[in-house]
Design a protein around this ligand. Structure first.
Ligand code: FAD
Ligand code: NAP
Length: 458
């Protein structure tokens, strides 16, 4: 039984992968003849697709806002594309032929834009519009937003607000003694754009997660002399090539370029890149609505990982650490749509609190990557269980199995894990093999990759 929601107003902040999924869900309902509320999406970028928009800019946008882009020029997917395939818009539907499993950024962006086009989400989106403030106004929300082109600010009242602004945009940038005397470049992964400039150089990378791993591999691929990865708690432990080494914590930098590590070793380096992660940072949400979280598998205070505990009509998307990405965002988008349409009963406060606590506590107990993969698989299944119409053909378990295999490929050989192929969890087709191994492939353009035109370089 659905309720009449045609007089309701929904504000979505952000048109990245989360926002695109959410808007597609409403568009789909509309095309099936269901009455939908007024939906408005604000995104401060000039075009949709969030982090997947590449820019050469660093620091601020042309409008003086903090730059929301953290992707670099030669970024390739670090997980199999099959694990992020949209159930309702497969890679086969988009590219009309099998493509390999680890595409470069432009290919995944094109795929995402294909879904956005299929559902005509442009009808809902106001690009170059930044949300500046959201506060409760009785049972509704007052949203202040700025038209960045015409430099005008507006207020509008909404019944629902969904914050889908991502959480890999505002750097976590710790201090180390001696950095002020260091002669080289000090940057955060957020500002890393291209590996070419580091050819022949020695680089210290602080942090031991995906950015440290992938940026080191990029630097190696593009000819850096040496990468020294400094971990705080645990090394990643891959079988690195000789040019990449892992060391424990950085103690200090002495003189113009000497890096001292806690194992007593000292290395001279040209540059340092902080791969120390990002902050969940939502200054535009008033304090009563603002999520404070770190990059963990299940942030506290969100029922079903979505609804703000104090006000379920304020929702967040994509706020956990991520193994499942687009697929998880898609199920969240459908869930929120169905909640707004009155198709999901969220129960009373007590039930929701108990559910939140159970999942948060379980998230705190996870020890290994496999634990985390299984946990996120269960989380997606928990959301999907609330939606009887969720496509049965979408094999959520197979994604977890793929992710476990992907982990073993990485452990076997970190330089070749991207050369493997996986099957689609939706239509079962096997990915194509790329014409070159990732390490030897330098054409990351959409056309070059999809048509496999690249020839080995001499
Ligand atoms: P985002 O993509 O960050 O989009 C958020 C949107 O909100 C942006 O368009 C931004 O402009 C907008 N916005 C922010 N604040 C405001 C505001 N106040 N007003 C209006 N609009 C606003 N995932 C994968 O699956 N595979 C990968 O290979 C992969 N690589 C990654 C590489 C890097 C370097 C990083 C940082 C992340 C990567 N990810 C990858 C994970 C990534 O988080 C997700 O794929 C995805 O982009 C998250 O989508 P999102 O919609 O939550 O956020
Ligand atoms: P992250 O996963 O949150 O990891 C942050 C790292 O910084 C952790 O290793 C953490 O150490 C370390 N750290 C934090 N504070 C520190 C300090 N004071 N000193 C030393 N180390 C510190 O962030 P991320 O690696 O930037 O990854 C973010 C997202 O980007 C992920 O979703 C990832 O998949 C994505 N990404 C994808 C690609 C790709 O697809 N090609 C490339 C890069 C990033 P501890 O482990 O000790 O906590």
């Amino acid at each position: 039984m659905t309720r009449d929601i045609t007089d309701k107003k929904v504000c979505l902040i952000g048109a990245g992968p989360c926002g695109i999924s959410f808007l597609s869900a409403f568009s789909d309902a509309q095309s099936k003849g269901e009455k939908i509320p007024e939906v408005v999406c604000f995104d401060k970028q000039e075009q949709i697709s969030g982090l997947w928009n590449y820019t050469w800019r660093t620091g601020l946008t042309a409008n003086g806002d903090a730059l929301p882009n953290s992707m670099y020029r030669h970024l390739w997917s670090n997980g199999p594309k099959e694990c992020l395939e949209f159930p309702d818009y497969t890679f086969m539907e988009h590219f009309k032929k099998p493509i390999p499993s680890f595409p470069p950024r432009a290919v995944l962006q094109d795929y995402m834009l294909g879904k956005a086009k299929k559902y005509n989400i442009a009808q809902f989106v106001k690009t170059s519009h930044a949300v500046r403030h959201v506060e409760e106004k009785g049972s509704q929300f007052l949203v202040t937003y700025e038209d960045l082109v015409n430099k005008q600010t507006f207020n509008k009242v909404f019944d629902y607000v969904i914050c889908a602004t991502g959480h890999y945009t505002v750097p976590h940038f710790p201090k180390y003694p001696g950095l002020d005397k260091f002669d080289g470049r000090v940057m955060h992964a957020h500002d890393f754009r291209s590996a070419e400039e580091f050819k022949g150089k020695t680089i210290v990378l602080i942090g031991s997660s995906y950015s440290a791993e992938d940026i080191s591999l990029q630097l190696y691929k593009y000819g850096a002399k040496k990468c020294i990865i400094s971990y705080r708690r645990n090394p990643m432990g891959y079988k690195w090539p000789a040019e990449i080494v892992e060391k424990p914590g950085l103690e200090k930098i002495e003189g113009s370029n000497s890096f001292h590590f806690t194992d007593g070793t000292v290395e001279e380096a040209d540059h340092v890149i902080f791969c120390t992660g990002y902050q969940h940072y939502f200054p535009f949400m008033s304090e009563s609505l603002r999520l404070f979280a770190t990059n963990i598998m299940y942030p506290d205070h969100l029922y079903k990982g979505i609804q703000w505990h104090r006000n379920p009509n304020c929702m967040y998307m994509g706020m956990s650490d991520q193994y499942y990405t687009y697929t998880m965002f898609d199920s969240q988008g459908l869930w929120i749509r169905d909640y707004i349409m009155g198709k999901i009963d969220i129960g009373d406060v007590g039930t929701r609190s108990a559910h939140m606590k159970e999942w948060y506590d379980r998230g705190q107990q996870l020890k290994t990557a496999v634990d985390e993969i299984v946990f996120q698989c269960d989380y997606v299944k928990d959301i999907v269980a609330d939606m009887p119409n969720y496509p049965k053909s979408h094999n959520i378990e197979l994604i977890a199995e793929h992710l476990k295999v992907w982990k073993t490929h990485k452990a076997d050989n970190i330089l070749t894990y991207r050369d493997n192929s996986f099957t689609s969890p939706n239509d079962g087709h096997m990915a194509a093999k790329h014409c070159l191994p990732w390490l030897k492939s330098f054409d990351d353009s959409l056309e070059g990759y999809v048509n496999q035109t690249e020839k080995p370089s001499a």
